[in-house]
Design a protein around this ligand. Structure first.
Ligand SMILES: [Zn+2]
Length: 249
């Protein structure tokens, strides 16, 4: 966490760290820190016996952020063992079922904001739009605008024609699930959606955490090439900082 707090983000850029699975941290050049779907415990192993393959780089107690968002109320995204230990987050955001879970975990109501699908909220230089997702009853994806850089994170979702509507936001970066199991797109569907949304850069996610529920990101990249996707493609290493600069594009 210290590395993230200390990291200086230049103007026109955003810092991105992948926590594994669907979890990401974003840092803006105005030092806003945003967590999405942090899974920082072993609760899936305790409940379902699936061992994590990615180390826990940040202890929940250390998490410090302006915003923490969860996309839906599943253990690998809205993790009670992670969330109840967190006390240095200013605002918790999520759809109804996630908000209910936040409250059960004792997060104080004044720190919680509910946003369901297709809604927009703006906090100064951070804009958040909740996109459609087809997974649980009220799952969402998020479209962020960080000082002019648009980042779309699909959350968990099956393929649906409605997802293509995100193309109107002209995302700079798209983070897309590719595992193809338990209610998520497979790499081919994820590539097809990417081709339709046409971001400047795509990053595959939601693989590599559990051996029972993973996919090879290289298959996704190869399929994008087959579809003649013109944007950039990047496979992230978990827990490394990736600096995206818009001005170079
Ligand atoms: Zn998931």
């Amino acid at each position: 966490m210290k590395n993230i707090l200390d990291k200086q983000i230049p103007k026109g850029a955003v810092g991105i760290w992948w926590l594994g699975q669907g979890g990401f941290i974003f840092k803006t050049f105005r030092d806003k820190i945003i967590f999405v779907d942090p899974y920082l415990s072993d609760s899936v192993e305790k409940k379902d016996g699936l061992k994590r393959m990615v180390g826990i780089s940040i202890k929940p107690e250390e998490v410090a952020a302006d915003f923490l968002l969860c996309t839906h109320d599943h253990l690998d995204h809205t993790d009670p063992e992670t969330l109840y230990r967190i006390d240095k987050v200013k605002i918790f955001i999520g759809p109804s079922s996630v908000v209910k879970h936040y409250k059960q975990l004792g997060i104080s109501a004044e720190k919680i904001i509910e946003i369901n699908q297709m809604k927009e909220k703006i906090w100064g230089d951070v804009k958040i739009f909740t996109a459609f997702a087809r997974h649980t009853e009220d799952s969402v994806g998020y479209i962020f605008n960080f000082n002019g850089i648009t980042v779309y994170i699909t959350g968990d979702t099956e393929y649906d024609e409605k997802l293509k509507e995100v193309s109107k936001f002209k995302p700079d970066i798209m983070l897309v699930c590719i595992n193809g199991k338990w209610g998520n797109m497979n790499y081919k569907e994820a590539a097809l959606l990417t081709k339709n949304i046409d971001p400047k850069l795509v990053i595959p996610m939601h693989y590599g955490m559990f051996k029972e529920n993973t996919a090879n990101p290289k298959d996704f990249i190869r399929y994008l090439e087959k579809l003649n996707f013109k944007g950039e493609k990047k496979i992230l290493e978990s827990n490394e900082c990736f600096l995206y600069r818009k001005d170079e594009k």
